[in-house]
Design a protein around this ligand. Sequence first.
Ligand code: PLP
Length: 299
Amino acid sequence: MAAPALLLPSPIEVVEDERLDAAGVRLLLKRDDLIHPDLPGNKWRKLKYNLDAARAAEASRLLTFGGAYSNHIRAVAAAGALFGFETIGVIRGEAYDPLNSSLQFAVDHGMHLTYLDRHTYRMKADPEVIDQLQRDLGDFYLIPEGGSNALAVRGCAELVSEIVEYFDVICCGVGTGGTLAGIAAGLNAGQRAIGFSSLKGGDFLIDDVATLQRDALGDETGNWQVETGYHFGGYAKTNPELTAFVADFESRHGLRLDWVYVAKMMFGIYDLVAQDRFPAGTRIVAVITGPDFGGQIRS
Ligand SMILES: Cc1ncc(COP(=O)(O)O)c(C=O)c1O
């Protein structure tokens, strides 16, 4: 099977903005959203070594977990179609009829969908639940929810080595923490990473990122932090302030931000700049971890 064309290294763009100039801050965008239309951003970074591991294990099927609007489910379905694996998506909650656009995309790319009630879904990492799935569905290579595991951390760390421009701080959105864990792992001494939680009550993510780093690297890198004040009501929630920010950013810079993760990060960066939290001269990289899929807004 021919390897799909991936735009790597992903491009870097400078943001020209008088609010940043006033604070003496330089902002660069790492356009990971452009890597591949169906495998963009952190999706490709996290899946890369998992696909290698599945191949090495001679697995023909990938199984993963996600909510009904999960970008990760979409990406695993696309990866299966592009790289020749069967795919199974285990979806949280009730079956959808008709399917929403994300799940329809997954099915159109060959994914078999199955559903777990919310109680069982919470226990999806337990061996009994996985054994039952294996009895029901046959053998598979398991990719955890959000794709975040030690191999994903390794893939995300590579993003940093693509950046030849000098920078002090790198920022990303946080859902399960794998992207932040990896990016922080790839930094040089003196650089630090800031993750912006899209989830309400995101303090637990500090433990999750630390655990992912210990699993992947044997230790924590201590050069990252999670900002928990920019969730706008929680996962897949927004409010008029965030919606206005997305519209304003698009009119100034011609880029429509994914509002679930990327817009919350970008709002947070501008807010920290306005609070003078970055000394003049700071160079920041914002990772555009995915495109705007135009998902349904639940405010
Ligand atoms: C576009 C985008 N950015 C950021 C994230 C957060 O990544 P992570 O789950 O590794 O924290 C996700 C979720 O995977 C995402 O879809």
